[in-house]
Design a binder for this molecule. Structure first.
Ligand code: UD1
Length: 428
Protein backbone atom coordinates (compact mmCIF):
# COMPACT_ATOMS: atom_id res chain seq x y z
CA UNK A 1 0.00 0.00 0.00
CA UNK A 2 1.30 3.46 -0.93
CA UNK A 3 0.03 6.62 0.70
CA UNK A 4 -0.02 10.20 -0.56
CA UNK A 5 -0.98 13.56 0.92
CA UNK A 6 -3.47 15.62 -1.09
CA UNK A 7 -3.55 19.36 -0.44
CA UNK A 8 -5.82 21.97 -1.96
CA UNK A 9 -3.69 25.12 -1.84
CA UNK A 10 -4.47 28.75 -1.22
CA UNK A 11 -5.97 28.59 2.26
CA UNK A 12 -4.66 30.94 5.03
CA UNK A 13 -3.83 28.80 8.08
CA UNK A 14 -5.64 30.08 11.15
CA UNK A 15 -6.18 28.80 14.67
CA UNK A 16 -4.28 26.91 17.36
CA UNK A 17 -2.14 23.80 17.17
CA UNK A 18 -0.12 21.75 19.69
CA UNK A 19 3.46 20.71 19.06
CA UNK A 20 4.33 17.03 19.56
CA UNK A 21 7.31 15.62 21.45
CA UNK A 22 10.70 15.98 19.80
CA UNK A 23 11.72 13.30 17.31
CA UNK A 24 15.45 13.88 17.63
CA UNK A 25 15.26 13.85 21.44
CA UNK A 26 13.06 10.74 21.45
CA UNK A 27 15.37 8.71 19.23
CA UNK A 28 18.30 9.31 21.60
CA UNK A 29 16.42 8.95 24.89
CA UNK A 30 14.66 5.67 24.02
CA UNK A 31 17.94 3.73 23.48
CA UNK A 32 19.50 5.49 26.48
CA UNK A 33 16.84 3.87 28.69
CA UNK A 34 18.58 0.53 28.04
CA UNK A 35 21.50 1.72 30.19
CA UNK A 36 19.42 1.53 33.38
CA UNK A 37 19.15 -1.47 35.66
CA UNK A 38 15.40 -0.86 36.17
CA UNK A 39 12.45 0.19 33.94
CA UNK A 40 11.90 3.73 32.62
CA UNK A 41 8.80 5.54 31.47
CA UNK A 42 9.30 8.04 28.65
CA UNK A 43 6.46 10.51 28.14
CA UNK A 44 5.48 13.01 25.44
CA UNK A 45 6.80 10.80 22.65
CA UNK A 46 5.60 11.60 19.15
CA UNK A 47 3.44 9.00 17.41
CA UNK A 48 5.79 8.63 14.43
CA UNK A 49 7.40 5.78 12.52
CA UNK A 50 10.91 6.37 13.93
CA UNK A 51 9.58 5.77 17.45
CA UNK A 52 7.81 2.56 16.35
CA UNK A 53 11.00 1.42 14.67
CA UNK A 54 13.02 1.93 17.86
CA UNK A 55 10.35 0.15 19.90
CA UNK A 56 10.72 -2.86 17.60
CA UNK A 57 14.53 -2.74 17.81
CA UNK A 58 14.50 -2.66 21.61
CA UNK A 59 12.05 -5.57 21.72
CA UNK A 60 14.19 -7.53 19.29
CA UNK A 61 17.21 -7.00 21.57
CA UNK A 62 15.31 -8.51 24.49
CA UNK A 63 13.86 -5.49 26.33
CA UNK A 64 10.17 -5.40 27.27
CA UNK A 65 8.55 -2.37 25.65
CA UNK A 66 5.03 -1.00 25.58
CA UNK A 67 4.08 2.15 23.68
CA UNK A 68 0.67 3.77 23.87
CA UNK A 69 -0.65 7.34 23.85
CA UNK A 70 2.80 8.89 23.64
CA UNK A 71 4.13 6.96 26.66
CA UNK A 72 6.72 4.20 26.39
CA UNK A 73 7.52 1.80 29.22
CA UNK A 74 10.94 0.23 28.76
CA UNK A 75 12.14 -2.64 30.92
CA UNK A 76 15.77 -3.20 29.93
CA UNK A 77 16.42 -6.19 32.20
CA UNK A 78 15.93 -8.83 29.50
CA UNK A 79 18.50 -7.29 27.12
CA UNK A 80 20.64 -10.12 25.78
CA UNK A 81 21.27 -9.49 22.08
CA UNK A 82 23.85 -7.05 20.75
CA UNK A 83 23.16 -7.26 17.01
CA UNK A 84 20.04 -5.31 15.93
CA UNK A 85 18.77 -6.45 12.52
CA UNK A 86 19.59 -4.58 9.31
CA UNK A 87 15.90 -4.42 8.30
CA UNK A 88 15.15 -2.09 11.21
CA UNK A 89 18.51 -0.32 11.57
CA UNK A 90 18.65 0.86 7.95
CA UNK A 91 15.38 2.77 8.37
CA UNK A 92 16.89 5.53 10.50
CA UNK A 93 20.16 7.31 11.19
CA UNK A 94 19.63 7.37 14.96
CA UNK A 95 19.72 3.59 15.22
CA UNK A 96 23.46 3.93 15.76
CA UNK A 97 22.74 5.32 19.25
CA UNK A 98 22.35 1.63 20.11
CA UNK A 99 26.08 1.19 19.62
CA UNK A 100 27.34 2.90 22.84
CA UNK A 101 24.33 1.61 24.76
CA UNK A 102 24.99 -2.03 23.86
CA UNK A 103 28.68 -1.50 24.56
CA UNK A 104 27.83 -0.13 27.99
CA UNK A 105 25.49 -2.99 28.84
CA UNK A 106 27.13 -5.96 27.09
CA UNK A 107 30.69 -4.83 26.30
CA UNK A 108 30.36 -5.67 22.61
CA UNK A 109 28.01 -4.65 19.78
CA UNK A 110 27.44 -5.42 16.10
CA UNK A 111 25.26 -2.73 14.55
CA UNK A 112 24.67 -2.41 10.79
CA UNK A 113 25.62 0.99 9.34
CA UNK A 114 22.67 3.30 10.01
CA UNK A 115 20.25 4.51 7.33
CA UNK A 116 18.13 7.66 7.44
CA UNK A 117 17.44 10.43 4.96
CA UNK A 118 19.55 10.56 1.83
CA UNK A 119 20.78 14.15 2.15
CA UNK A 120 24.44 13.65 1.37
CA UNK A 121 27.33 11.62 2.60
CA UNK A 122 26.62 10.60 6.20
CA UNK A 123 29.80 9.04 7.53
CA UNK A 124 30.25 7.96 11.16
CA UNK A 125 33.97 8.76 11.52
CA UNK A 126 33.43 11.31 14.34
CA UNK A 127 31.54 8.69 16.36
CA UNK A 128 34.25 6.11 15.70
CA UNK A 129 36.88 8.62 16.82
CA UNK A 130 34.89 9.52 19.95
CA UNK A 131 34.41 5.88 20.97
CA UNK A 132 38.02 4.98 20.14
CA UNK A 133 39.23 7.83 22.38
CA UNK A 134 37.40 6.14 25.25
CA UNK A 135 39.14 2.81 24.62
CA UNK A 136 36.62 1.07 22.38
CA UNK A 137 37.87 -1.05 19.46
CA UNK A 138 35.77 -0.28 16.40
CA UNK A 139 35.93 -2.03 13.05
CA UNK A 140 33.55 -1.73 10.11
CA UNK A 141 33.27 -4.79 7.89
CA UNK A 142 30.54 -5.88 5.50
CA UNK A 143 28.44 -2.83 6.33
CA UNK A 144 28.38 -3.69 10.05
CA UNK A 145 30.01 -1.72 12.88
CA UNK A 146 31.71 -4.13 15.28
CA UNK A 147 32.68 -2.51 18.56
CA UNK A 148 34.14 -3.90 21.76
CA UNK A 149 35.25 -2.31 25.01
CA UNK A 150 38.85 -2.99 26.03
CA UNK A 151 40.60 -2.81 29.41
CA UNK A 152 41.35 0.81 28.43
CA UNK A 153 37.62 1.67 28.39
CA UNK A 154 37.69 4.73 30.63
CA UNK A 155 37.00 8.46 30.72
CA UNK A 156 39.23 10.67 28.52
CA UNK A 157 39.53 14.06 26.86
CA UNK A 158 37.61 13.80 23.57
CA UNK A 159 37.98 16.44 20.85
CA UNK A 160 35.34 16.30 18.12
CA UNK A 161 36.50 17.59 14.71
CA UNK A 162 33.01 19.03 14.15
CA UNK A 163 30.10 19.59 16.58
CA UNK A 164 28.23 16.59 15.21
CA UNK A 165 24.93 15.79 16.91
CA UNK A 166 25.33 12.05 16.45
CA UNK A 167 28.96 11.92 17.60
CA UNK A 168 28.18 14.05 20.67
CA UNK A 169 25.29 11.81 21.72
CA UNK A 170 27.18 8.59 21.02
CA UNK A 171 30.25 9.78 22.94
CA UNK A 172 28.12 11.01 25.84
CA UNK A 173 26.26 7.66 26.06
CA UNK A 174 29.53 5.72 26.06
CA UNK A 175 31.16 8.09 28.55
CA UNK A 176 28.48 7.60 31.21
CA UNK A 177 29.39 3.87 31.12
CA UNK A 178 33.19 4.30 31.09
CA UNK A 179 34.73 4.69 34.55
CA UNK A 180 36.42 8.06 35.17
CA UNK A 181 36.06 11.58 33.84
CA UNK A 182 35.36 12.42 30.22
CA UNK A 183 35.35 15.90 28.70
CA UNK A 184 33.84 16.29 25.23
CA UNK A 185 35.25 19.37 23.51
CA UNK A 186 33.56 21.02 20.51
CA UNK A 187 30.29 19.27 21.41
CA UNK A 188 27.04 19.96 19.56
CA UNK A 189 24.64 22.24 21.47
CA UNK A 190 21.26 21.29 19.97
CA UNK A 191 18.27 21.15 22.37
CA UNK A 192 18.08 17.36 22.04
CA UNK A 193 21.66 17.05 23.33
CA UNK A 194 20.53 18.87 26.48
CA UNK A 195 17.41 16.71 26.72
CA UNK A 196 19.43 13.50 26.44
CA UNK A 197 21.86 14.75 29.10
CA UNK A 198 18.94 15.65 31.38
CA UNK A 199 17.48 12.17 30.94
CA UNK A 200 20.85 10.59 31.79
CA UNK A 201 21.09 12.80 34.89
CA UNK A 202 17.59 11.73 35.94
CA UNK A 203 18.90 8.11 35.77
CA UNK A 204 21.74 8.94 38.17
CA UNK A 205 24.48 9.92 35.69
CA UNK A 206 26.76 12.94 36.29
CA UNK A 207 26.66 15.05 33.11
CA UNK A 208 27.34 18.80 33.14
CA UNK A 209 27.68 21.44 30.44
CA UNK A 210 25.26 20.05 27.81
CA UNK A 211 24.09 22.98 25.71
CA UNK A 212 27.62 24.44 25.69
CA UNK A 213 30.53 23.19 23.60
CA UNK A 214 32.18 21.43 26.55
CA UNK A 215 30.36 18.52 28.21
CA UNK A 216 31.84 16.93 31.35
CA UNK A 217 30.87 13.43 32.45
CA UNK A 218 31.84 11.40 35.52
CA UNK A 219 31.28 7.90 34.23
CA UNK A 220 30.71 4.49 35.71
CA UNK A 221 27.87 5.40 38.08
CA UNK A 222 25.05 2.86 38.44
CA UNK A 223 22.02 4.03 36.45
CA UNK A 224 18.43 3.42 37.41
CA UNK A 225 15.19 3.80 35.47
CA UNK A 226 13.45 7.14 35.42
CA UNK A 227 10.21 8.82 34.38
CA UNK A 228 10.96 11.56 31.90
CA UNK A 229 9.07 13.71 29.36
CA UNK A 230 10.87 14.66 26.12
CA UNK A 231 10.99 18.28 24.95
CA UNK A 232 8.68 19.59 22.23
CA UNK A 233 9.84 19.17 18.65
CA UNK A 234 11.90 22.14 17.51
CA UNK A 235 11.64 21.26 13.83
CA UNK A 236 7.90 20.58 13.88
CA UNK A 237 7.46 23.94 15.63
CA UNK A 238 9.55 25.62 12.93
CA UNK A 239 7.68 23.88 10.13
CA UNK A 240 4.35 25.09 11.53
CA UNK A 241 5.75 28.62 11.95
CA UNK A 242 6.89 28.64 8.33
CA UNK A 243 3.58 27.19 7.08
CA UNK A 244 1.69 29.88 9.01
CA UNK A 245 3.85 32.68 7.56
CA UNK A 246 3.89 31.24 4.04
CA UNK A 247 0.09 31.12 3.84
CA UNK A 248 -0.20 34.65 5.30
CA UNK A 249 -2.01 33.05 8.19
CA UNK A 250 -2.40 33.63 11.91
CA UNK A 251 -1.46 30.60 13.99
CA UNK A 252 -0.89 30.09 17.71
CA UNK A 253 1.52 27.20 18.32
CA UNK A 254 1.11 25.77 21.81
CA UNK A 255 3.56 23.64 23.79
CA UNK A 256 6.63 25.10 22.04
CA UNK A 257 9.88 26.39 23.55
CA UNK A 258 10.40 29.87 22.03
CA UNK A 259 14.12 30.05 22.92
CA UNK A 260 14.77 27.00 20.69
CA UNK A 261 13.30 28.93 17.77
CA UNK A 262 15.31 32.16 17.99
CA UNK A 263 17.23 31.79 14.72
CA UNK A 264 14.02 31.12 12.76
CA UNK A 265 12.09 33.85 14.58
CA UNK A 266 14.84 36.36 13.73
CA UNK A 267 14.59 35.46 10.03
CA UNK A 268 10.79 35.63 9.98
CA UNK A 269 10.90 39.06 11.65
CA UNK A 270 13.45 40.18 9.03
CA UNK A 271 10.95 39.17 6.32
CA UNK A 272 8.18 41.22 7.89
CA UNK A 273 6.30 38.38 9.62
CA UNK A 274 4.84 39.17 13.07
CA UNK A 275 6.10 36.73 15.69
CA UNK A 276 5.18 36.99 19.35
CA UNK A 277 5.86 34.45 22.07
CA UNK A 278 5.72 33.75 25.79
CA UNK A 279 6.53 30.81 28.07
CA UNK A 280 5.23 27.94 25.93
CA UNK A 281 3.53 29.43 22.90
CA UNK A 282 4.45 31.23 19.69
CA UNK A 283 2.06 33.22 17.51
CA UNK A 284 2.94 33.74 13.86
CA UNK A 285 0.97 36.20 11.79
CA UNK A 286 1.70 37.49 8.31
CA UNK A 287 -0.12 40.13 6.30
CA UNK A 288 1.07 42.16 3.35
CA UNK A 289 4.18 41.60 1.26
CA UNK A 290 7.15 39.75 2.73
CA UNK A 291 10.80 40.59 2.07
CA UNK A 292 13.37 38.19 0.55
CA UNK A 293 16.13 36.75 2.74
CA UNK A 294 19.70 35.52 2.94
CA UNK A 295 20.01 32.34 5.01
CA UNK A 296 22.96 30.16 5.87
CA UNK A 297 22.37 26.90 7.73
CA UNK A 298 24.59 26.31 10.74
CA UNK A 299 24.82 24.16 13.83
CA UNK A 300 22.66 25.25 16.78
CA UNK A 301 22.03 28.03 17.69
CA UNK A 302 22.40 28.92 14.00
CA UNK A 303 19.64 28.43 11.43
CA UNK A 304 18.83 24.66 11.41
CA UNK A 305 19.52 22.69 8.26
CA UNK A 306 16.29 20.77 8.96
CA UNK A 307 14.30 23.97 8.31
CA UNK A 308 16.22 24.94 5.18
CA UNK A 309 13.85 22.99 2.94
CA UNK A 310 10.47 24.31 4.16
CA UNK A 311 11.96 27.82 4.37
CA UNK A 312 13.11 27.66 0.74
CA UNK A 313 9.60 26.54 -0.26
CA UNK A 314 8.18 29.63 1.43
CA UNK A 315 10.67 31.94 -0.32
CA UNK A 316 9.51 30.77 -3.78
CA UNK A 317 6.63 33.27 -3.71
CA UNK A 318 8.40 36.11 -1.90
CA UNK A 319 9.19 38.79 -4.48
CA UNK A 320 12.90 39.51 -5.03
CA UNK A 321 15.94 37.26 -4.78
CA UNK A 322 16.63 35.12 -1.72
CA UNK A 323 19.87 33.23 -1.14
CA UNK A 324 19.85 30.00 0.86
CA UNK A 325 23.24 28.46 1.64
CA UNK A 326 23.49 24.94 3.03
CA UNK A 327 26.66 24.37 5.04
CA UNK A 328 25.79 21.25 7.07
CA UNK A 329 24.84 18.61 4.45
CA UNK A 330 26.17 18.63 0.90
CA UNK A 331 23.16 17.18 -0.89
CA UNK A 332 20.17 18.90 0.61
CA UNK A 333 18.77 20.62 -2.49
CA UNK A 334 17.41 17.59 -4.34
CA UNK A 335 13.84 18.63 -3.55
CA UNK A 336 14.29 21.85 -5.54
CA UNK A 337 13.42 20.00 -8.78
CA UNK A 338 9.97 19.29 -7.34
CA UNK A 339 9.46 22.97 -6.46
CA UNK A 340 10.44 23.88 -10.04
CA UNK A 341 7.69 21.56 -11.30
CA UNK A 342 5.29 23.76 -9.37
CA UNK A 343 6.61 26.89 -11.10
CA UNK A 344 9.35 27.99 -8.67
CA UNK A 345 12.33 29.85 -10.08
CA UNK A 346 15.35 28.39 -8.27
CA UNK A 347 18.95 27.95 -9.37
CA UNK A 348 21.43 25.98 -7.32
CA UNK A 349 25.04 27.06 -7.51
CA UNK A 350 27.28 24.80 -5.47
CA UNK A 351 25.81 24.99 -1.97
CA UNK A 352 23.56 28.02 -2.52
CA UNK A 353 20.01 28.09 -3.84
CA UNK A 354 19.09 31.37 -5.48
CA UNK A 355 15.35 31.78 -5.25
CA UNK A 356 13.69 34.41 -7.47
CA UNK A 357 10.20 34.93 -6.10
CA UNK A 358 7.33 34.20 -8.50
CA UNK A 359 3.73 35.42 -8.30
CA UNK A 360 2.37 31.96 -7.49
CA UNK A 361 3.12 28.22 -7.51
CA UNK A 362 0.77 25.79 -9.25
CA UNK A 363 -0.47 22.58 -7.67
CA UNK A 364 1.23 19.46 -9.02
CA UNK A 365 2.00 15.82 -8.34
CA UNK A 366 5.25 15.94 -6.41
CA UNK A 367 7.47 13.61 -4.42
CA UNK A 368 9.08 14.04 -1.03
CA UNK A 369 12.63 12.72 -1.40
CA UNK A 370 13.32 12.75 2.35
CA UNK A 371 11.68 13.78 5.62
CA UNK A 372 12.32 17.54 5.55
CA UNK A 373 11.87 17.66 1.78
CA UNK A 374 8.40 16.40 2.71
CA UNK A 375 7.94 19.50 4.86
CA UNK A 376 8.99 21.65 1.89
CA UNK A 377 6.44 19.91 -0.35
CA UNK A 378 3.71 20.53 2.24
CA UNK A 379 4.53 24.24 2.48
CA UNK A 380 4.69 24.55 -1.30
CA UNK A 381 1.36 22.73 -1.73
CA UNK A 382 -0.28 24.95 0.90
CA UNK A 383 0.67 28.15 -0.95
CA UNK A 384 0.13 26.83 -4.48
CA UNK A 385 -2.91 27.55 -6.58
CA UNK A 386 -4.91 24.36 -7.10
CA UNK A 387 -4.47 20.76 -5.98
CA UNK A 388 -1.23 18.95 -5.16
CA UNK A 389 -0.59 15.31 -4.37
CA UNK A 390 2.58 14.48 -2.45
CA UNK A 391 4.14 11.04 -2.74
CA UNK A 392 6.82 9.84 -0.32
CA UNK A 393 4.45 9.89 2.65
CA UNK A 394 6.63 7.23 4.32
CA UNK A 395 9.32 9.90 4.85
CA UNK A 396 6.88 12.44 6.25
CA UNK A 397 5.43 9.91 8.71
CA UNK A 398 8.94 9.25 10.04
CA UNK A 399 8.98 12.66 11.66
CA UNK A 400 5.65 14.50 11.69
CA UNK A 401 2.89 13.26 13.99
CA UNK A 402 -0.64 13.48 12.54
CA UNK A 403 0.47 16.28 10.22
CA UNK A 404 -2.67 16.04 8.07
CA UNK A 405 -4.93 16.33 11.12
CA UNK A 406 -3.00 19.30 12.52
CA UNK A 407 -3.16 21.18 9.22
CA UNK A 408 -6.90 20.47 8.92
CA UNK A 409 -7.40 21.95 12.39
CA UNK A 410 -5.81 25.12 11.00
CA UNK A 411 -8.27 25.21 8.11
CA UNK A 412 -6.20 23.54 5.38
CA UNK A 413 -7.86 21.13 2.94
CA UNK A 414 -5.69 18.04 3.43
CA UNK A 415 -6.49 14.37 2.95
CA UNK A 416 -4.52 11.14 2.87
CA UNK A 417 -5.02 8.78 -0.06
CA UNK A 418 -4.06 5.12 -0.32
CA UNK A 419 -3.17 3.17 -3.45
CA UNK A 420 -2.34 -0.43 -4.18
CA UNK A 421 1.31 -0.41 -5.37
CA UNK A 422 0.36 -1.23 -8.99
CA UNK A 423 -2.37 1.44 -9.14
CA UNK A 424 0.08 4.04 -7.84
CA UNK A 425 2.50 3.50 -10.71
CA UNK A 426 -0.15 4.99 -13.03
CA UNK A 427 -0.60 8.10 -10.90
CA UNK A 428 2.77 9.79 -10.74
C1 UD1 B 1 21.22 15.22 13.39
C2 UD1 B 1 19.71 15.24 13.24
C3 UD1 B 1 19.32 15.74 11.86
C4 UD1 B 1 19.97 17.08 11.57
C5 UD1 B 1 21.47 17.05 11.85
C6 UD1 B 1 22.11 18.42 11.76
C7 UD1 B 1 19.05 13.44 14.69
C8 UD1 B 1 18.50 12.07 14.83
N1 UD1 B 1 19.22 13.89 13.45
O1 UD1 B 1 21.72 14.32 12.39
O2 UD1 B 1 17.90 15.86 11.82
O3 UD1 B 1 19.77 17.44 10.23
O4 UD1 B 1 21.72 16.53 13.17
O5 UD1 B 1 21.52 19.29 12.63
O6 UD1 B 1 19.29 14.12 15.67
N2 UD1 B 1 29.48 14.06 9.85
C9 UD1 B 1 30.67 13.46 9.52
N3 UD1 B 1 31.09 12.41 10.28
C10 UD1 B 1 30.37 11.94 11.34
C11 UD1 B 1 29.16 12.56 11.68
C12 UD1 B 1 28.74 13.63 10.91
O7 UD1 B 1 31.33 13.86 8.57
O8 UD1 B 1 30.81 10.99 12.00
C13 UD1 B 1 29.00 15.22 9.06
C14 UD1 B 1 27.68 14.91 8.37
O9 UD1 B 1 27.90 14.30 7.12
C15 UD1 B 1 27.08 16.28 8.25
C16 UD1 B 1 27.54 16.98 9.51
O10 UD1 B 1 28.69 16.26 9.97
O11 UD1 B 1 27.61 16.94 7.13
C17 UD1 B 1 26.49 17.06 10.61
O12 UD1 B 1 26.12 15.77 11.01
P1 UD1 B 1 25.51 15.45 12.46
O13 UD1 B 1 25.47 16.70 13.29
O14 UD1 B 1 26.23 14.28 13.00
O15 UD1 B 1 24.02 15.05 12.10
P2 UD1 B 1 23.22 13.77 12.50
O16 UD1 B 1 23.49 13.41 13.92
O17 UD1 B 1 23.36 12.73 11.46
Amino acid sequence: MIETLCIQGGVRLQGEVNVSGGKNAAVAIIPAALLASTPSTIENLPDIDDVYCLRDMLKWLGAKVEFENGVMHIDPRGLTKNNPPYDLVHKMRASYYLLPVLLGRLGCAHVPMPGGCDIGNRPIDYTVKGLSSLGVNVEITGGVIHAETTDRFEGKEVFLDFPSVGATINTMLAAVCAKGNTTIHNAAKEPHIVDTANFLSSMGAWVKGAGTDVIRIRGGRPLHGSTYAVIPDQIETGTLMIAAAATHGDVLIRGAIPTHMESLTAKLLEMGVHVTDADDWIRVRADGALRPLNIKTQVYPGFPTDLQQPMTAMLTTVMGASYVTETVFENRFRYVDELRRMGANIRVLDRTAIVEGVERLHGARITATDLRAGAAMIVAALIAEGDSEIAGMQYILRGYERIDEKLRMLGACVTRKQYQDSAFACVL
